[in-house]
Design a protein around this ligand. Structure first.
Ligand code: NDP
Ligand SMILES: O=C1O[C@H](COP(=O)(O)O)[C@@H](O)[C@H](O)[C@H]1O
Length: 475
């Protein structure tokens, strides 16, 4: 092992420095296949899993270890970051993989306890990590089963999103998990927080005087978080129709990103301080005004198999959010997302004000914009107004762009968040006080949702969303 990889390993060991047994509930499902299993292999290849690593997949059906290993390999080949699996790297990963079928409930642990005993026999005392890649309706039952079978003590439990699908559902789930677990054992995933660009938000802001001093209402005219998608919802119709764009994206991912922008400076960039700063500012989000919310539904949505022909679920949502702190008072945070739009991107932009007085009076709106491209490996772009080179005096906009993967290899969001679970670092996970406020902010819209406006597939969505920007448009 090189000194560098040794140093990396030390920082990614579980908090106790012991082996880790990672129990993946829902291991045969869609999320496991697309995200979790390929991310675990990414960490294995990059030497970021601790020594003594063991992976146990759980499911209600029965499979042999070899059948499950083949499932994992297929998932990595189809969804992994480079799609290839080298024989040596795979062999050393495969031997850590086991399957415990027969489900898992309070009354019946299936084969899990027996497979876990064997894994403990192989590695000795181990940090348990339970990852619930399960339908959210099962979170309470699985949490109770973990506790009932003596697997809760000192373990870490990762909950997929959504952590509650309504204000009441959130409270019930929150109370149920706290009956079995301490808050410090709980990791609620929001994968937008695991994106390289999102993490660069606070570093760029707090490590550069150029930005630290202008991160406020005096200098920033508006903040835009814009996540259009060309994707449709055909392969998850039932889930999507029961959820809609507002809950699937706005009050989850985009609110967390908004909180990353809006937070007050934390005491340090340590896990607890960062978590505290991000989740506390959500308390200052003003409850949304339904007249500042535009919903849309793409033409043809109701023709999709599994979608009721009278569905009013929104496939597009745009909101104007206000953050009532001294730093951000009267600065609109404009959030927009939708399915089946003309292009896909994930952009967070801070639009800076033109100088209030001075000799240049006709600066373009996009003349000073700091943009974080959250998609893929991430990028940061600073747009500035310049004189167009040449004999004239016309103004032009120049872009200084850094692709983050040109600086160093990043980690995919799920890989990054799993590393943090292994380290015991909760800074990029959500907290119940923040989530409770999210439901208060969403409540007026849930009580009085705007009727979705139709929009053509492949368009930019309902034109009414442009009015939220005060007519000056989305960046
Ligand atoms: N899929 C995605 O792209 C994303 C998913 N998520 C979240 O991840 C979680 C898992 O999603 P996804 O993988 O799509 O879900 P799936 O519907 O694919 O379910 C995952 C697995 O859970 C098990 N399961 C299903 N129903 C039950 C049940 N009633 N009781 C016990 N086990 C059950 C099944 O395994 P078996 O039959 O072997 O028991 C299934 O393979 C959800 O919370 C979802 O919201 C979050 C972001 C994106
Ligand atoms: O959680 C979700 O996120 C995806 C977008 O995620 P990304 O991996 O492309 O960053 C979104 O398409 C999906 O509807 C939502 O459930």
């Amino acid at each position: 092992m090189t000194a560098a990889s040794s140093a990396r390993k030390n920082t990614t060991q579980s908090g106790t420095g012991t082996a880790v047994i990672f129990i993946l509930f829902g291991s045969t499902g869609d999320l496991a296949k697309r995200m979790v299993l390929p991310s675990l292999y990414e960490l294995h290849r990059r030497d970021l899993l601790p020594d003594g690593w063991q992976l146990i997949g759980n499911g209600r059906g029965d499979r042999t270890d070899d059948e499950f290993r083949q499932h994992v390999k297929d998932a990595i080949e189809e969804f992994g970051s480079d799609g290839s699996v080298s024989a040596d790297e795979w062999a050393s990963f495969a031997e850590t993989i086991h399957f415990a079928g027969g489900g898992f409930s309070v009354d019946d642990p299936g084969r899990l306890l027996e497979v876990l005993d064997a894994a403990r026999g192989a590695v000795g005392s181990a940090q348990l990590v339970h990852y619930l890649a399960l339908p959210p309706t099962t979170f309470v039952d699985y949490t109770k089963a973990i506790a009932a079978h003596g697997l809760a003590k000192d373990s870490r439990v990762v909950y997929e999103k959504p952590f509650g699908t309504s204000p009441d559902g959130f409270r019930t789930l929150d109370e149920a998990v706290h009956q079995s677990l301490d808050e410090k054992q709980i990791y609620r995933i929001d994968h937008f927080l695991g994106k390289e660009s999102t993490q660069n938000l606070h570093v760029l802001r707090f490590a550069n005087g150029l930005f630290a001093g202008v991160w406020n209402r005096e200098h920033v005219a508006e903040v835009q978080i814009d996540v259009p998608e060309t994707l449709d919802i055909a392969d998850r119709a039932a889930f999507y129709d029961a959820t809609g764009a507002f809950l699937d994206m706005i009050v989850t991912h985009l609110f967390q990103v908004a909180a990353e922008v809006a937070m007050e400076p934390p005491v340090s960039l340590g896990a607890d301080d960062l978590l505290d700063a991000r989740e506390s500012v959500i308390a200052a989000f003003r409850p949304l005004d339904p007249t500042e919310v535009v919903f849309g539904q793409y033409d043809g949505y109701r023709d999709t198999e599994g979608i009721p022909e009278d569905s009013t679920t929104e496939t597009f949502a745009a909101v104007r959010l206000w953050v009532d702190t001294d730093r951000w008072r009267d600065v609109p945070f404009l959030l927009r997302t939708g399915k089946m739009l003309d292009h896909s991107s994930q952009r967070l932009s801070l639009v800076f004000r033109a100088p209030a007085d001075g000799p240049v009076t006709d600066t373009p709106k996009d003349g000073t914009v700091l943009t974080f491209d959250l998609a893929g490996d991430g990028a940061i772009d600073l747009a500035v107004t310049i004189k167009e080179p040449g004999s004239g005096t016309d103004l032009s906009v120049a872009h200084m762009t850094e692709q983050l993967d040109e600086v160093a290899d990043g980690l995919s969001p799920y890989a990054r968040l799993i590393v943090d679970v292994l380290r015991g670092d909760r800074s990029l996970f959500t907290r119940p006080d923040g989530l409770a406020h999210v439901w208060e902010v969403a409540a007026p819209v849930l009580a009085n949702p705007p009727a979705p406006r139709p929009y053509a597939a492949g368009s930019t969505g309902p034109a009414a969303a442009d009015d939220l920007c005060g007519g000056s448009g989305w960046i």
